[in-house]
Design a binder for this molecule. Sequence first.
Ligand code: NIG
Ligand code: FE
Length: 389
Amino acid sequence: MSSVAFTNIATLVTNASHGDGTLGVLKGATLVVEDGLIAAITQGRPSGVDNEIDCSGKTLLPGFVDSHSHLIFAGDRAEEFSARSRGEKYTAGGIASTVGATRAASDSDLAHNAQRLLNEALSSGTTTIEIKSGYGLTAADESRSIEIAKSFTDETTLLAAHVIPQEYKQDPDAYVDLIINSIIPQSSAKWVDVFCDQGAFTPEQSEAILRAGIAHGMLPRIHANQLTAGKGVEIAVGLGAASADHLSKSTDADIALLASSNTVATLLPGAEFSTHLESNLGRRFLDAGATVAIASDCNPGSSYTTSMPFCIAAAVSLLGFTVEEAVLAATLGGAKALRRDDIGQLAVGKRANLVLLDSPSYIHLAYRPGVNLVHSTYKSGRAVTSWQK
Ligand code: NIG
Ligand code: FE
């Protein structure tokens, strides 16, 4: 049994009721970890611990839970981003070029690219991440994407229903049949997702795909209302999805439905930032009482960032979150969007996934945008510098 104590923590964000305010904040506390789990949170000096980490002047909070990312791809689309700066609209049409580059890449190129991005995420405080497929769009390419994702995380999501691939453009239902009858039955992903939107999958196709995934033992989540308002939220809530994501064009009825449901509203500040979509989006969901998560949506098209601190800052400055709401959404909100109760909070018995900031308060996450304040990231109580599962 090995133990470590984090002592003299200037600000400890627990997200639990033993602290003050929205974030359950404690000042000057000590947090003791034993065998990867939190064993105690006290005000006193610990006795009999193997190691001590002095956190004077620093902030300790739950590691960020990034519940939405697309990390299995090759190439990038910098030119597309640059065109948007000249007024081009984001339509998700660039996905096809990433599909081409991904199909042409070797397994090891895809794994190395994902590892590079995961190292970035880790160094900005992410300790849990969900990873989607969706740039393969053949049975073989979706399956290898999930296998690569599984080497990095247990939270893997089959997004074969990302767009209709070029070779099925004349017969989209044939691709839906392939997903339902071949790709899903062969998949070992935990989650199933569909991009239910204009130019992607219709509500009928989306529901049929999610139902097929559920019948195969997968848990549903959805991309909804990113480009246009549609039926994605209704489908998600009807199927008991863990999360509905993007939601940029949501109607008030969608927001009320989510707020009355068990489905988390996951907002993606990086995508709002990079595609010039909706401002003040967060306030509408928060004021309605929805459970809200924020995630990176890291992908080469709409949001090429791995940084949850950046997403927190963008949520505050663009989407109308308070700092506390944004930090909560990036930690406990993400855990809820993945239906995980072992992470996202610092309390006895929870996993010791932690981020230590070189700043006296969590407020600096939004107050000092673009500055990496992360001193170290801990998974199960161990400082880690290279992402591993
Ligand atoms: O979540 N909306 C669909 N999928 C991605 C974007 C994919 C891309 O542009 O490559 C998203 O934003
Ligand atoms: Fe996405």
